[in-house]
Ligand binder design. Structure first.
Ligand code: SF4
Length: 322
C-alpha cells in the first residue's frame, strides 16, 4: 500500500513491505523431490512481487497431495472437498471480487471428479489463477491410474497397464467456451514457472496453468528423462507470451514462435507429443467475466440487493393471492 514519497527522494515508500515470510506457513509435508515444493515457493514469490496483502489473498484446493497447498500459505485458505475447488473459489470471487484468488487442483481432482466444475469455471472466467498440478497419478492414495496417466501406466488399479488414452488438460481447456488464458509449464524450470504464474496473476480473467509435476514417489519414470534433458522441453516464445531472460532461453533446445492470440495454432501445439511444449498457448483479455456481475459490480449494495430480492419474492407470496 503506497503511502508517501519522501520530499528529497522520488523512491516511493510503503507502510508495509511484504516479504517471503509473510506468505509461508509451516513445513510442507510433501515427499523429498516432489514438484509441489518448487510450485509453493514460486507462488509465494509471485505474491511477494505483486505485494498481495496476505489477508486479501485466498488459496482454495481440492483433495490430493496438491490439496495441502493452503496449509503452507500464510494467507487465507480453504482445503475443500474432492473436485470442488473451482466452485468454492468461484463463490469467494463472486462475493469478494477484491480478493486475490488461487485455485490449486490435481489431475485426479480436476480432470476426474471435478471435471464438470472445471468446464464451467473456465466459461465463467472469473479473475483467478488456477494451477493444475499434473503428475499423472493419484499420489495421495498411493498410485492409482488418473485421467492423465499415459496409456500403459502400471498402477494399483491397472497392474498390467492402463488401457484408455489420457485426457490432455490443455487441449480440453482450449476447447471450452469463453476460455481466456491457457499456459503450460514444468515444476523443475524455476525461471519459466515463475514467469508463467506471474503472467497468470496479471491476466484479467481465469488463468489456467497446467504444471507438469514430478512425483518421485509413484511416477519416477514419467518425467525422469524429460527432466534431466532440457532439450525435451519446447519453448513457445512470443513478445506477448511468457518472457524469459536471454540466459534462461538458451537452456532450451527447441523454440517455436507462437502468437498466443491464435487459438487454432494453440490447439496444434497442445497436441505435440515428442516433447513438452511450455509457454503461453492462448490469451484473450476481452472475454466476458462473470465476477463483473456480482452485487459489488452492478452498483448495488448488499442491503439494496436483499430488499429487491424480498420484494420480488413478495410477488409470489400466497398471502397476496387471497
Ligand atoms: Fe509429491 Fe508424489 Fe509424494 Fe504426493 S506422493 S507428495 S505428488 S512425490
Amino acid at each position: 500500500m503506497l503511502v508517501q514519497t519522501h520530499e528529497l527522494c522520488s523512491v516511493p515508500s510503503f507502510d508495509h513491505d511484504y516479504g517471503m515470510e509473510d506468505y509461508g506457513k509451516g513445513v510442507a509435508r510433501w515427499c523429498p523431490g516432489c514438484g509441489g515444493h518448487s510450485i509453493l515457493t514460486t507462488v509465494q514469490r509471485v505474491c511477494k512481487d505483486m505485494q498481495y496483502e496476505p489477508e486479501k489473498t485466498v488459496v482454495v484446493s481440492g483433495i490430493g497431495c496438491s490439496g495441502r497447498f493452503p496449509h503452507y500459505m500464510g494467507t487465507y485458505g480453504f482445503h475443500g472437498l474432492h473436485g470442488r475447488a473451482f466452485p468454492v473459489a468461484s463463490g469467494v470471487k463472486f462475493r469478494r471480487p477484491d480478493l486475490n484468488v488461487f485455485v490449486v487442483t490435481g489431475d485426479g481432482d480436476c480432470c476426474s471428479i471435478g471435471a464438470a466444475h472445471w468446464v464451467h469455471a473456465i466459461r465463467y472466467n472469473m479473475k483467478m489463477v488456477a494451477l493444475l498440478f499434473d503428475n499423472g497419478i493419484y499420489g495421495l492414495t498411493k498410485k492409482q491410474t488418473s485421467p492423465t496417466s499415459p496409456l500403459g501406466t502400471h498402477s494399483n488399479t491397472h497392474p498390467r497397464g492402463s488401457v484408455l488414452p489420457p485426457i490432455n488438460p490443455i487441449q480440453t481447456t482450449l476447447g471450452l467456451a469463453n476460455v481466456s488464458f491457457v499456459a503450460q509449464t514444468v515444476d523443475w524450470n524455476s525461471a519459466h514457472l515463475y514467469a508463467t504464474i506471474r503472467k497468470a496473476a496479471e491476466h484479467p480473467g481465469l488463468a489456467f496453468v497446467r504444471i507438469v509435476q514430478r512425483c518421485p514417489a509413484f511416477m519416477r519414470d514419467l518425467y525422469g528423462d524429460i527432466a534431466v534433458n532440457p532439450k525435451n522441453l519446447i519453448l513457445l516464445s512470443h513478445e506477448n507470451g511468457i518472457n524469459l531472460k536471454h540466459k534462461a532461453r538458451q537452456a532450451f533446445g527447441r523454440v517455436i514462435e507462437h502468437d498466443p492470440s491464435n487459438i487454432h495454432k494453440a490447439r496444434e501445439h497442445a497436441e505435440i507429443n515428442n516433447g513438452i511444449p511450455i509457454g503461453l498457448l492462448y490469451q484473450n483479455t476481452d472475454n466476458a467475466r462473470y465476477d463483473e456481475y456480482g452485487a459489488h459490480n452492478i452498483g448495488m449494495g448488499v442491503e439494496e440487493k436483499k430488499q429487491n430480492l424480498e420484494s420480488l419474492l413478495d410477488q409470489y407470496s400466497t398471502s397476496n393471492s387471497v
